[in-house]
Design a protein around this ligand. Structure first.
Ligand code: AGP
Length: 594
């Protein structure tokens, strides 16, 4: 997820564009750049934040231009990979938000036709395709170029000597801010709210030609009128897309995040051999290492790989592994880290490599230190996660672990087909959880009055109990403990009572009956019980004080819907307690010290 902006009007474009771009850094901030249209096209870009670019960039003259702030999907953050990208003549400049699936083929074709592509990005094929088709009409050339592109895009195209900017979108957001003899283009409303609150939303397949006085939108070559909307939000509200907190916004982004993360991988049904799971090739052991929420994903990964591929997996805390863990040459190690900068995770990667292990890194940040150290990288496509409490990145990590393991499922073809279908249905199932959050709000109101809470689960949902407790701890400051349900009787029972509610995850799998017994044991010790159960469960309501219902899914996918429900429970509880949800005390988004 990147941020793009464009301006064409009567004022000097450079300061305006940089101001607008700064408002979009929540969409990505690993590199940025501008192109200003004067007598020629002047480009300045680098792997820096917008503020630094503003200081470093020469002052260009021109009343039109485009700009971009990046969250690298392809190609590390660098000056050469930053946007805008240009054609061979340097006249056509493009900024892009989205992912081009077939860019490798297009690069080969363009290179064979004599185009010189200099970056590692997918985007750079666009200006070269436009150059290929340009015959005096920029809009037509853009339309021809886009017909060759598979994937998602929102683009703004400028060209020296052209009186207009041309923009287009498919599966990426793009808005036009209508001004007085000037117009703005942006990925999102926050960018332009300082200048206008009148916007047009482009739809998929739209191409628009924008001059200072006119906006012409065509769809399928036919001119159409996109309605103008008046925006009443403040800039800050808009960055949160109208949600009160980044955390709630990021929780609601998860259906898209699952689609985007799957989008990059599931189209390749055949297992990628060099990511082959152990026991299926030469590796001896499998190790999954991580910290915090990513460690809980590692634990779910252990269950998933063991259940599907029937091969043993160790999941360990990176901070502990660094001092006492064992690994041997040839072992396969998966290190999970959202930020890619967590000190304990980086130290573990270095140690694993010293021990001769092959290291797969699952990370959300292209170009992060972890991704540089890795032997193999698998990116989650969660986009930038602003809220300290990890939510969408966790779900994206689970999706990647399912994707890694599914090709090794020992199930028969029909069952495996069902498993892949189940994975593809997860965005819809998660949307159902998000749409039905009233019962969760009620449980949160109740939970907000307590200072101690237990979360219990079994099997693949034991790590979900840990994650539910961590989310509640992090943002509501309630002392919450996640426990394997079978462990309560070995000590924590002593803490139960009317002052200590228990959240029990009772998914319809091989642990269900035992979870019902554990709930009865907890009730017998007077602890109130909030049960998390699948729709259609008409037993659990008899036992628990309240029930949070989630959609039916294949048991192996239950951690996804259960976790989303517990993220909302933590969020609404923290809201009831009036906590600073996005930036909780004493925590940092990336822990860069041991
Ligand atoms: C989770 O909400 C926390 N922000 C924290 O536990 C986090 O998961 C941990 O610091 C690991 O971060 P990483 O995934 O970026 O390595």
């Amino acid at each position: 997820m990147c941020g793009i902006v464009g301006y064409i009007g009567k004022r000097q474009a450079q300061p305006l564009l940089l101001g607008c771009l700064g408002r979009l850094e929540y969409r990505g901030y690993d590199s940025c750049g501008i192109a200003i249209l004067g007598s020629s096209t002047e480009v300045y870009k680098d792997a820096v934040r917008v503020k630094e670019l503003e200081k470093a960039s020469p002052q260009f003259t021109g009343t039109a231009g485009i700009a971009h702030t990046r969250w690298a999907p392809h190609g590390e953050p660098s000056r050469i990979n930053a946007h805008p990208h240009c054609d061979c003549t340097g006249k056509i400049a493009v900024v892009h938000n989205g992912v081009i699936q077939n860019y490798q083929q297009l690069r080969q074709q363009l290179t064979s036709e004599g185009h010189n592509l200099v970056s590692e990005t997918d985007t750079e094929v666009i200006p070269h395709l436009i150059e290929k088709y340009y015959n005096g009409d920029l809009e037509k050339a853009v339309a021809a170029a886009l017909r060759e592109i598979e994937g998602s895009y929102a683009i703004i195209v400028s060209m020296t000597g052209e009186p207009a900017l041309v923009v287009a979108r498919r599966d990426s957001p793009l808005i036009i801010g209508i001004g007085d003899r000037e117009n703005f283009i942006a990925s999102d409303v926050p960018a332009i709210l300082d200048h206008t609150n009148m916007v047009k939303y482009l739809e998929d397949g739209d191409i628009a030609v924008i001059t200072p006085d006119k906006v012409i939108v065509r769809s399928g070559g036919v001119e159409i009128d996109r309605e103008e909307h008046k925006i009443l939000w403040s800039v800050e509200d808009a960055q949160k897309a109208g949600y009160e907190h980044f955390m709630l916004k990021e929780i609601h982004e998860q259906p898209r995040v699952i689609r985007d993360t799957l989008g990059g991988y599931i189209s390749a049904p055949e297992p990628v051999t060099d990511l082959a799971l152990p026991g299926t090739t030469d590796s001896k052991n499998t190790l999954i290492l991580a910290c915090g929420t990513s460690y809980h994903a590692a634990l779910v990964g252990k269950y998933v790989i063991e259940q599907l591929a029937k091969t043993p997996v160790r999941a360990e805390l990176a901070s502990e592994f660094n001092y006492s863990g064992q690994a041997s040459a040839g072992d396969r190690a998966i290190v999970i880290t959202q930020s890619g900068e967590t000190a304990d995770a980086l130290k573990a990667i270095k140690r694993l490599k010293d021990e001769g292990c092959r290291v797969i890194v699952i990370t959300n940040v292209v170009g992060s230190t972890a991704s540089r150290l890795a032997d193999h990288i698998v990116y989650t496509r969660a986009g930038p996660e602003i809220s300290v409490a990890a939510t969408k990145s966790f779900i994206a990590q689970l999706i990647v672990l399912y994707w890694l393991a599914l090709p090794y499922s020992t199930a028969d073809v029909r069952k495996r087909g069902n498993q892949i279908r189940g994975l593809r249905q997860l965005p819809v199932k998660v949307q159902q959880v998000l749409d039905d959050d009233t019962p969760i709000m009620e449980c949160a109101r109740y939970l907000s009055g307590f200072d101690n809470v237990f979360f219990i689960g079994r099997g693949i949902n034991y790590p979900v109990a840990l994650e539910g407790a961590l989310k509640l701890k992090e943002i509501s400051y309630i002392h919450a403990e996640g426990y394997a349900a079978g462990e309560l009787k070995h000590g924590p029972f002593a803490l139960l009572g009317s002052g200590t509610p228990v959240v029990a995850i009772a998914s319809p799998d091989n642990t269900y009956e035992t979870m019902l017994t554990n709930i009865k044991e907890v009730k017998a010790r007077h602890s109130p019980v909030i049960a998390l159960a699948a729709e259609g469960d008409d037993i659990i309501g008899e036992l628990a004080d309240s029930v949070i219902t989630v959609p039916q899914v294949d048991p192996i996918f239950s951690p996804v819907v259960n976790t989303v429900a517990l993220q909302l429970l933590a969020y609404y509880t923290a809201k009831e307690r009036d906590c600073s949800i996005d930036f909780p005390r004493n925590l940092a988004k990336s822990v860069t010290v041991e």
